[in-house]
Design a protein around this ligand. Structure first.
Ligand SMILES: Cc1ncc(COP(=O)(O)O)c(C=O)c1O
Length: 425
């Protein structure tokens, strides 16, 4: 056992996190153990300053490199009003992928003119909602999408500005479920189909095609695939606007060293300058790299069982973090009141759900785990709350914003009444 009080906390934790003299984790100046007592567990704790700092890194970074640009919050990563509000305040634009995300983005204060509507299967109702709300751009994904948007735009008597999503046949090293740039993808137009589709869209009286979009995948830890995607787009001719998507990876584990936001922007903007011609508007669309590391999840240990392994079961699991089950994603964990103690017993950190696969982290070292301990998993801000669900009738956790030693409830915990509120029989 070593004493880690003088060692920096893993960079998976939010910026500004620290371990106090008692060995308690502090996030946004608040004691994680006290937050658990005040708000209950499981709970998503968001360090607001971290969120703002990463937003500024994107917005200021792009402005410095290429003033004619915009950074869109890919809001599928963390679609809650308070997150939309903070990122709107930081001057970001927004990407939504459904009518529900659009409703949230509008409630969170985004100017509809700076909202981009995505989706590979948008319904007519979603498109009508988007156009009636005055959404600036719709990103077209298929010829049926084109026909549907034309019908809606014609009925409303508008000419809608659109981008066209291209699948550039470039994939990075990531899980198949979140790789989207390969030729055989459900998203966008392939390079072979794109020229005819672009001609068709350019000829439409109800659509105003301004440019191209691509998003090759998520949790990418290398920059080369982003450069290759820009080269692929350049093959399709010159356009005014290029949305180069999101996808920058983050550190879930101490050993992971993703490119920094400035390095990523510099590499992709340089590729755009070299390949796409002068005077272009360049957009980025980050989700994970904006929000993942802003947030930790707090759980309470309910049981510790020793058979072949040591099973440490907590009061959440696949209802608040599906990623380990969906993609085999790895996280780190610690006991929030004994952060100074490193090492410990090799454990299986299990959830409370009725599936053997509901294991949050396999083979994680925890220091003398016991019922009542508060376990923290960092880097849960992206696609955690977003994919939360009610399996086993478990109410979804609250979202708590912390900053400067103050905590405020942003989303309350669901109640049993909420679970029944839509049942009309
Ligand atoms: C079209 C689009 N843009 C942006 C993103 C955000 O990706 P990431 O969270 O990896 O930055 C996604 C993620 O699925 C996406 O589908």
């Amino acid at each position: 056992m070593t004493d880690a009080r003088d060692q920096p906390l893993s960079h998976a934790y939010p910026i500004g996190s620290r371990v106090d003299a008692r060995g308690h984790l502090q996030i946004g100046g608040c004691d994680a153990v006290e937050l658990a007592a005040q708000f209950g567990t499981p709970a998503f704790i968001v360090a607001e300053d971290d969120l703002r700092e990463r937003a500024r890194a994107y917005v200021r970074g792009l402005t410095a490199l290429h003033p004619d640009g915009d950074v869109l919050f890919a809001s599928k990563a963390f679609p809650c009003t308070a997150v939309y509000r903070v990122l709107a305040q930081e001057g970001m634009a927004c990407d939504v992928a459904s009518g529900g995300e659009l409703a949230l983005a509008l409630r969170g204060g985004f100017d509809p003119a700076r909202i981009y509507m995505h989706g590979n299967a948008k319904s007519e109702a979603e498109l009508r909602f988007a156009l009636e709300a005055g959404v600036g751009h719709v990103v077209l994904d298929s010829l049926h999408d084109v026909e549907r948007l034309e019908r809606v735009a014609a009925r409303l008597g508008v000419a809608q500005e659109v981008l066209v999503r291209i699948t550039p046949d470039v994939s990075g090293d990531t899980h198949a479920a979140i790789s989207t740039g390969q030729a055989d993808s459900k998203f966008g137009f392939g390079l072979a189909q794109a020229p005819a589709a672009l001609e068709r869209i350019a000829g439409s009286p109800h659509l105003r095609m301004v440019g191209l979009h691509c998003h090759i995948g998520s949790q990418l830890l290398e920059l080369e695939p982003f450069r290759r995607a820009v080269s692929a787009l350049a093959q399709l001719g010159e356009f005014d606007v290029y949305n180069l998507g999101g996808g920058l990876g983050v550190a879930y584990l101490e050993a992971q060293e993703p490119p920094s936001i400035p390095d990523y922007l510099a590499a992709v903007v340089a590729a755009a300058h070299a390949e796409l011609g002068p005077g272009k508007r360049i957009l980025f669309e980050p989700g994970r790299s904006l929000v993942a590391n802003s947030t930790v999840t707090l759980y309470t240990v309910q049981t510790v069982k020793r058979n072949v392994s040591t099973w440490v079961a907590v009061d959440g699991g696949m209802s608040d973090n599906l990623r380990p089950m969906l993609y085999g994603s790895r996280y780190q964990a610690a006991i929030a009141s004994r952060m100074h103690a490193t090492g410990g017993e090799l454990c299986q950190l299990a959830g409370k759900h009725c599936e053997s696969g509901d294991v949050i982290i396999r083979d994680v070292e925890l220091h003398e785990p016991a019922p009542g301990d508060i376990v923290v998993t960092p880097a849960t801000g992206a696609y955690g709350y977003a994919m939360a669900n009610n399996y086993n009738g478990v109410p979804r956790p609250p979202v708590v914003f912390v900053s400067g030693g103050n905590a405020r409830l942003a989303v309350r915990r669901e109640t049993y009444e909420d679970l029944m509120s839509r049942d009309v029989d």
